[in-house]
Ligand binder design. Structure first.
Ligand SMILES: Nc1ncnc2c1ncn2[C@@H]1O[C@H](COP(=O)(O)OP(=O)(O)OP(=O)(O)O)[C@@H](O)[C@H]1O
Ligand SMILES: [Mg+2]
Length: 1065
């Protein structure tokens, strides 16, 4: 199954124009001035000045959006659905032929026995950690004297893991080789130092305490000791909580910690002094490999993972891009590099992931590593994240962030001169650079890091890269690629009733495989012309199946259609658990249950798209992972980076909404089949109609699409926003420096291709002129001919507010005007007026108000609240006329009308706190309503940061702080502390709260086994993850408080000393 051998490509030279034009088979995206960001999902960010598509769950833009329902396909689906419903149910159940179809046909799907994994992490360490030859040499060259010296050196040495022994043996080897006397003493000193350091780390106040006691005079000691004991008490309590379930004075624990700390010291030294990896596990303590076995079941690294980790370029800390097929195991390599950085180099790390849900998943997955290995994990997604982050002295931090939060974090580090604290930045799904405003933001993060911190290493990975040369040039990176995929993925295409295998060697890329075995009645043939039921019945219920559909509506229809024609026996499979799932979903919906899910779940089938709330999605994913559900019909919400079981992935049509599928999208979708560790085989079937045959052939035979910079396409959010922040952050001060920066962006690399008519300097100049014209920058742009363009640019107050609030430049004027107008007559009887001001502008584009609902909601407002409508420019007569279908002669600003409508939704939501009721009232999907709420919370925090920079808006500060909080936690206040824990959503928080787990400390101290018993439908794995995430969060909070205490109690330098120094000669 392993593909061709590993390929290491050196950083490419700048590609010639001719070569580049050959590379780019497809035309570049067209320039777009403003992008409203249709249907993108957002999550709140009160603490962050960032409001962009933070939680966007859909990989391929906006087809899975609110507006997606209006697409042609959706309408066709509606008709299809109506048609299905009109058929008499009894006719098909009686039909014997149909029953034959319902029998699963497994003969084509033979399970491969999973190969038992060879355990290679033996003490002799062959293969992965270090080279076998060298390993055995260590043992041979170690002489007895050294062993004795080690034995007598410290009692802990009896428990020394192989890592330390190897280290000492390596040291001895060096000393023997150089014929110098053995440096046992030095080693002993090293060890004692490490032990001391570790003990000081575990009791950080000891060292400080000793120091203070030594320095203080007796008279001050007593008062200070009071403070000191208070401080100690506080620390001990918090540390105790953070180390829940851990006996404080366990000798074994202390010894283990000492050993771990020692290993870290050894590994750190090793990595600093040698370019050859001689550590037990890639320079990391052997505990790491134990944890990988324990938490992940990973016992052996793949060959490519080992090759990649031992690349010379990585040893030299060069930037690296690596690319492997989906499910190739890319993440593990990045995680090992992250641990090296945190533990050995003692630097912070930023990991950038595409969606909120994936960030939360990663925080869950790595929390237990953080607790065991002594580093912090800080979540930067949705409403979470501090800007700038707290500067930690004791432990290093791994920031796991969405693209947008990652950008704010990097900005705040640059602003506070701390960017070089970041030793490593890891970007997953690097191809996202080419994806709209998120791509532009990702490019900004990377370009800023590259420009401002020469010591920060950058690692990027993806399964779908084509024009790697451009990316290498941008990131000044080496490249590694390999075709390895641990579970073979067989690709098929279905045309009529023939199944064809995708085959590179065949003339047109396809070879005939088999005829689909099915018996359909004429009725069923009409209902299911694509034979979806036959295809899924071959795998479910014993194996899992994902069916990607072009639209949300189509997902629901397909799920219902399949259920209608499936044998009733499918209901028996895990019946009780399905019943429980329905109950849980009903709880989440506070009594409401989606009628489609109610019908499909008994068959083990559900739909999955952005119309669901995040809580519903999570429950459905968990039930699917556990095999309770065996089939999900989904949109691209499940297309990228997701590890779910899928023996078979079916693409119902080669379309996303009405757009033909791109190769990258196709590859990501089919890549969900056959995930390592979950499935032992995987296959994909793309259903093709006759008319699309040729297009599909092209799709299969074409290379992956190129990745192009989005900076220029996303003009206001992209290029202009970047230039403004460069001046704001003082990264560049004049046009020349800005031009210099621009040359180092991906856009700079690709500019000649992306914008043939204008040079990079012209584009930069124009953008700067535009910023000056808009009043965001001050300064003079000197004409092209004049060589000196050194005159400094300055950011204006409006510019500063726009950049600090991360406001899309397309809306900064409108926001300023709206806020200014608000000053003159803000209606504060309720929060409606404020809500209007914090309703995101870009959500108004795809809003189609229902005029009757508009009218009804307006009528329910108090007369003072109705004034808000008039103040913002929507008159009562306009709403009345619209509702009664009369023509409107006067010009009205639709964006204002729609914005007011959306603020009615938010207003209702804040009063109700029940998404289901509100979505029913406004006839919107609950997922959309939740998305609106999250976006408004994010935007509200952005507007707050905007106002903080404008003196004239001081009055908004208090108001918006409160509103942002209300929007962010639109739940009962008591659940908020529990919902701070990664992955704990409202329904789970409520369960925990009701069972007595009311605070973060309760959760951190909980016993996972007890949790499983007390909380309904909580798996052991989930319980463990909740507890470790809570521990991590508590420890992170405790650390922050400790830092604060330390800072507060730090004895300042005596000013008189300075005076003496000055006065003394
Ligand atoms: N050495 C290994 N042995 C066993 N399982 C592994 C190993 N490395 C990774 N895995 C498992 O393989 C699965 C897929 O890995 P991962 O998510 O890193 O894939 P990926 O390359 O990032 O794919 P995608 O591009 O689809 O995101 C995970 O469940 C992971 O735990
Ligand atoms: Mg991945």
């Amino acid at each position: 199954m392993e593909g061709s051998g590993p390929v290491v490509r050196r950083k490419s030279r700048p590609v010639s124009a001719r070569k580049r034009s050959r590379d780019r088979a497809r035309s570049p995206p067209a320039r777009k001035r403003a992008s409203p960001g249709a249907g993108q999902e957002l999550q709140p960010a009160p603490a962050s000045p960032e409001y962009n598509n933070d939680s966007e769950e859909d990989m391929f833009g906006d087809y899975d959006s609110f507006s997606g329902n209006d697409s042609l396909l959706a309408q066709v689906d509606n008709m299809e659905q109506e048609c299905i419903q009109s058929i008499d149910m009894t006719s098909y159940t009686k039909n014997k032929e149909d029953q034959a179809v319902s029998e699963p046909m497994f003969e084509d799907l033979q399970l491969q026995n999973a190969k038992s994994m060879e355990l290679v992490f033996s003490a002799a360490g062959n293969g992965t950690g270090f080279k076998t030859e060298e390993g055995s040499n260590f043992w041979r060259t170690t002489n007895e004297q050294e062993n004795r010296a080690l034995d007598s050196g410290d009692c802990i040495s009896e428990e020394l893991p192989s890592s330390q022994l190897l280290y000492f043996q390596e040291m001895s080897k060096t000393s023997v080789d150089s014929r110098k006397p053995s440096d046992t003493k030095e080693r002993g000193k090293d060890m004692n130092f490490c032990l001391d350091k570790m003990l000081n780390q575990s009791c950080p106040h000891n060292a400080e305490h000793n120091k203070i006691n030594n320095v203080l005079s007796p008279s001050t000691t007593s008062s200070l000791s009071k403070r000191q004991s208070l401080k100690d008490h506080l620390k001990n309590t918090m540390t105790g909580n953070a180390k829940a379930q851990t006996p404080q004075f366990s000798r074994t624990k202390q010894l283990k910690e000492a050993v771990l700390s020692e290993e870290i010291c050894v590994a750190k030294k090793t990595i600093e002094t040698s370019s050859v990896d001689i550590g037990p596990f890639y320079g990391l303590p052997s505990k790491v490999k134990d944890l990988l076995v324990r938490f992940r079941g990973i016992e052996k690294l793949y060959e490519w993972q080992h090759t990649c980790l031992t690349l010379e370029s990585l040893q030299q800390r060069k930037n690296l891009i690596y690319s492997l097929p989906t499910s190739g195991g890319k993440t593990l390599v990045a995680e090992i590099l992250i641990l090296q950085e945190l533990l050995c180099r003692q630097k912070d790390v930023l990991m950038v992931l595409p969606y909120v849900a994936i960030v939360q998943e990663k925080v869950w997955a790595l929390s237990s590593f953080g607790i065991e290995l002594g580093f912090l994990i800080e979540e930067y997604a949705g409403s979470k994240g501090r800007f700038p982050p707290i500067k930690r002295r004791m432990k290093k931090s791994l920031y796991i962030a969405t693209i947008e939060k990652g950008h704010s974090l990097v900005n705040s580090l640059i602003e506070t001169g701390r960017v070089s604290d970041l030793g490593l930045v890891v970007v997953d799904e690097l191809h996202m650079l080419g994806e709209g405003s998120r791509g532009a933001t990702l490019e900004m993060i990377l370009a800023k890091i590259l420009y401002t911190s020469k010591t920060t290493q950058i690692i990027g990975m993806s399964a779908t890269l084509n024009n790697v040369g451009d990316l290498q040039q941008f990131l000044q990176a080496e490249y590694y690629t390999n075709n390895f995929r641990p579970v073979e993925l067989k690709e098929y295409v279905k045309i009529r009733d023939g199944i064809y295998e995708v085959d590179d060697k065949a003339e047109n890329g396809l070879t005939f495989s088999r005829l689909l075995n099915f018996k359909y009645s004429s009725n069923l043939q009409k209902m299911d012309p694509d034979h979806l039921i036959a295809l899924v019945a071959e795998v479910i219920p014993n194996y899992s199946c994902l069916v990607f559909c072009p639209t949300k509506k189509n997902c629901e229809n397909v799920a219902e259609m399949i259920c209608k024609y499936l044998n009733k026996e499918y209901r028996n499979h895990r019946e009780n658990e399905k019943h429980d799932l329905i109950k849980e979903l009903k709880n989440i919906g506070k009594g409401h249950l989606c009628p489609v899910l109610k019908r499909t779940i008994p068959f083990g089938i559900a739909y999955h798209h952005s119309g669901l709330t995040s809580d519903e999605r999570k429950h459905i994913e968990e039930a699917y992972s556990a095999g309770v559900l065996c089939l999900l019909t989904c949109t691209s919400t499940l297309a990228a980076g997701v590890n779910l079981p899928a023996r078979r992935v079916i693409l119902r049509a080669p379309y996303i909404a009405t757009e033909f599928l791109k190769k990258n999208q196709y590859k990501q979708m089919i890549g969900r089949a056959g995930r390592a560790g979950i499935d032992s085989a995987g296959e994909s079937i793309l259903i093709v109609q006759e008319k699309d045959k040729n297009l599909v052939r092209d799709l299969i035979n074409s290379p992956l699409e190129n990745c192009y910079s989005s900076l220029f396409v996303e003009y206001t959010k992209g290029l202009q926003g970047l230039l403004l922040s460069l001046v704001g952050l003082k990264i560049a001060r004049n046009p020349e420096e800005i031009y210099h920066f621009m040359c180092s962006t991906l856009f700079g690399v690709q500019q000649q291709f992306l914008s043939k008519e204008k040079s990079l300097s012209d584009i930069t100049r124009e953008a700067l002129e535009c910023l000056i014209e808009k009043g965001l920058l001050k300064g003079k742009m000197i004409s092209k001919k004049e060589q000196k363009s050194q005159s400094n640019l300055e950011i204006t107050q409006l510019g500063q507010a726009t950049y600090k609030g991360s406001i899309d430049l397309a809306y900064c004027d409108a926001l300023y005007r709206d806020l200014k107008k608000g000053l003159q007559g803000l209606v504060l009887e309720s929060c409606l007026h404020l809500l209007y001001l914090t309703t995101p502008y870009d959500m108004t584009y795809h809003c189609n108000p229902d005029w009757m609902i508009y009218f009804r909601q307006f009528s329910h407002l108090s007369s003072v609240e109705q004034k808000v409508a008039a103040t913002v420019g929507v008159s009562e007569s306009f709403i009345t006329k619209k509702a009664s279908g009369q023509a409107i002669k006067k010009d009205v600003d639709n964006s204002v009308v729609n914005r007011l409508y959306l603020s009615f939704v938010l207003y209702d939501l804040l009063k109700e706190t029940n998404i289901w009721n509100v979505s029913e009232k406004f006839n919107m999907s609950r997922g959309y309503v939740q998305n609106l709420l999250n976006s408004a919370a994010s935007f509200s925090s952005c507007v707050l940061h905007f106002c903080e920079e404008m003196e004239e808006f001081w009055v908004y500060k208090a108001l918006l702080t409160e509103l942002t909080k209300r929007l962010t936690y639109c739940v009962k206040a008591e659940l908020i502390p529990l919902m701070e824990v990664a992955g704990v959503l409202e329904s789970r928080a409520k369960q925990l709260y009701d069972s007595g787990y009311k605070t973060l400390a309760h959760l951190a101290n909980a016993n996972p086994e007890t949790l499983v018993k007390m909380i309904e439908h909580l798996s052991r794995r989930q319980a463990r993850q909740i507890v470790s995430s809570a521990k991590m969060l508590l420890s992170e909070k405790a650390e922050a408080l400790q830092e604060e205490v330390e800072e507060l109690l730090k004895v300042p330098k005596d000013p008189s000393e300075d005076i003496i120094l000055i006065t003394l000669p």
